[in-house]
Design a protein around this ligand. Sequence first.
Ligand SMILES: [Zn+2]
Length: 474
Amino acid sequence: MSRPWRNAALAGAVALLLGGCTSFADTVTAPTSATASPAPAPAGDDASCGERARPDPDRPRIALDFRLADDLRTVTGTQTVSFTPDLPVEELVFRLVPNGPDVSAAGSRLVVDAVRGDDVAGSGYELLGASDPGGAYVVELDEPLEAGETTEVELDFTLTLGTGEFERVGADEGVSWWASGAPLLAWEPSVGWARDPFVPVSGETTVSPAADTTVRVEAPADLTVLMTGAQAEPTAVDGEERRIWTSTEPVARDVSVAVGRFTTAEATTPGGVRVTAGALPEAEPTAGELADATVEAIADLEEFLGPFPYETLTVPQLPDYGGGIEYPSSILQASPSRQVLVHEVAHMWFYGMVGNSQFRDPWLDEAFATWAEAVVNPSSAEDLEPALGVRGDVGVAMDEVRTQQQYVAYVYGKGGATLMAAREAAGADGFDAAVRCYVDATAWAIATPDDVADALADLPEALEVLGEAGALDD
Ligand SMILES: [Zn+2]
């Protein structure tokens, strides 16, 4: 996520460091065991990091079916989840992100209408500091599910889209969007269910596993859908009054959908990533310009982070509310800023591929995305430097910051500045190689600060900088 505050701070030109890209195909054809999690290699020795880790073959399978009503403000849906935990469980916990304080303040609301499943014994809401009817929906099983066993549940839900502003759910003239718009499976593999409270600070607080996901969206025929996953051509239904759009994404932690009067443009990276950008009527930049800028951002980031994690990326541009919000293989771009775009594309590695608890360790996605943006863009790096002097720990959890300003200053500002300082202390080549090892070792899993420390083990100068800033334990 990138908030409006950054636009003023990060004015300046993006340096276009175009360079060689590694093919996405290289990663999907690499021979490695499905559960392999390669050990981090000695820093500076990129080649010995091992292959990028593969997704868990037992990850959840999720089918999402959304229907946008003709009022363009109501979405009814059904989610089918096939879940195989790696720990015994007695319930399934779904996080209702639209009921969190920031999203619900704009009038958005998510209600579960029905739940079905052979193993379902009951269900109900938990508040978790969210608005009515609650921040979580808990489905109780009739008997405990052992690790490795599978259960399937189906949830019907109704989502109300609030007014258009800088949020993950909303509607404005000619455009509707919902991200985290369905009950989100709040499972952290090998840890358990996440029941973290919602907080007044505006930012993400979820953790969810990469899931083999399909999405179906039915919408009025005159609107275009841009969403997470590789999209197929739409098909007409209801006497051509409405169209059905589908997509597949085998490793999605969550899903974003935007529906509007988009003009679209496509561009493909040298590595074969298909980018689709969408612009609303009379918007700037145009869809073509946005697609080209996205391809450039991917190229800049692939230089030091390795192959882009997904086969596709969609970038619907919303009205200019300022900022951007990242989702797996899709970005809600709400600012005509290239810096924001680079930040959100960096999140495809940090959050999309390398997952984290955004409640417990928000710096693992936000500080690293801010750092990656600064590596690409020298003016972003200059803007960050003063943040190194901020008093406060980079490694705070979301309930340890009292204000929005603290959250931004500790996690984004000081977090990004600290990673830049660690890079300088250890040497850019060695540091970047170690980060690349961290990224590949923790791909498609939920990373922790210990994984960062392991990857930097041979760079004591970097560890010292991160320890002093309260990112890692001393
Ligand atoms: Zn961000």
